[in-house]
Ligand binder design. Structure first.
Ligand SMILES: Cc1cc2nc3c(=O)[nH]c(=O)nc-3n(C[C@H](O)[C@H](O)[C@H](O)COP(=O)(O)O)c2cc1C
Length: 244
């Protein structure tokens, strides 16, 4: 009898450990902060410049939005702007009204942006409403070199992030349901950057990885990311977006 129960315990132990490890992995994935979040450090460039002061707010779970933002900031600073950039979760500490213009840079996860953007835009709605605010959209869906499909941009529900704040983001009155074949798409405004997303499965959580594989987004796709960031900055500068 004693022998049996000790054997049972031995056989149960690996299952128990595996079960708990899986639970821990899922919990860690679901609750993990985006890479670097919480550091509380605003990054900055162009301190000695005399141009307009720009704040870039972003979030980045796997690092590509962070790369875009660093490149865009660097570019703007070479054009004479003063740029600060920080995670949306840290933005509560920033002096938001102190800036002349803003860029909201967001990646898409399962059709949504990080909830922190909504909170940020709700809180600073009145301040941002009267100032230039650009949007940098980072997604994998229909991404192609240097850009992302305009159809993707116009048709997906995550655009609600912009549509819910018409006083901040001025967009044409357009929804996919009013244009089922989408043959006549309005041009994406120049102040919207459509950035090719980046996804390296091995860096992801199993919960993310499996869902992405099922959705057909597995594998590393090599897009011209820096070129996309450069092109976006050029458009903002050429159109004097921050110089109303
Ligand atoms: C879990 C997960 C879900 C995603 N869901 C979408 C999606 O619904 N639509 C889309 O276009 N891209 C989606 N993507 C692609 C990301 O937007 C893209 O990989 C982006 O570059 C990630 O930004 P980051 O590196 O800053 O985290 C998803 C990526 C991951 C990892």
């Amino acid at each position: 009898m004693a022998k049996n129960s000790s054997r049972k315990n031995i056989f149960n132990r690996p299952g128990y450990i595996l079960y708990n490890s899986l639970l821990l992995a899922v919990f860690t994935c679901l609750t993990s902060s985006p890479a670097g979040a919480g550091a509380g450090t605003m990054e900055t460039c162009g301190r000695k410049n005399e141009g307009k002061k720009i704040l870039i707010i972003y979030e980045s779970k796997y690092g590509s939005t962070a790369d875009y933002v660093a490149r865009i900031a660097r570019n703007l600073c070479t054009y004479g702007y003063r740029v600060d950039y920080d995670r949306v979760l840290n933005a509560a500490d920033a002096d938001i009204p102190a800036y002349d213009g803003y860029i909201i840079a967001a990646a898409i996860y399962f059709g949504n942006t990080h909830p922190g953007y909504k909170k940020f835009l709700d809180t600073h709605r009145a301040t941002l409403a009267g100032r230039p605010v650009a949007y940098c959209h980072n997604a994998l869906n229909k991404a192609r070199t240097g850009n992302s499909s305009p159809r993707t941009f116009w048709c997906f529900s995550y655009l609600q992030l912009l549509k819910n704040y018409p006083e901040i983001f001025s967009l044409p009155d357009f929804t996919c349901s009013t244009c089922p074949d989408c043959s006549n798409l309005p041009a994406v405004p120049y102040w919207v950057g459509l950035m090719p997303g980046r996804w390296v499965p091995r860096n992801g959580c199993p919960t993310d990885y499996i869902a992405m594989e099922i959705g057909g987004y597995g594998g590393l796709k090599d897009y011209e990311r820096l070129a996309a960031a450069d092109e976006y900055t050029e458009r903002l500068v050429t159109n004097r977006f921050f110089e109303p």
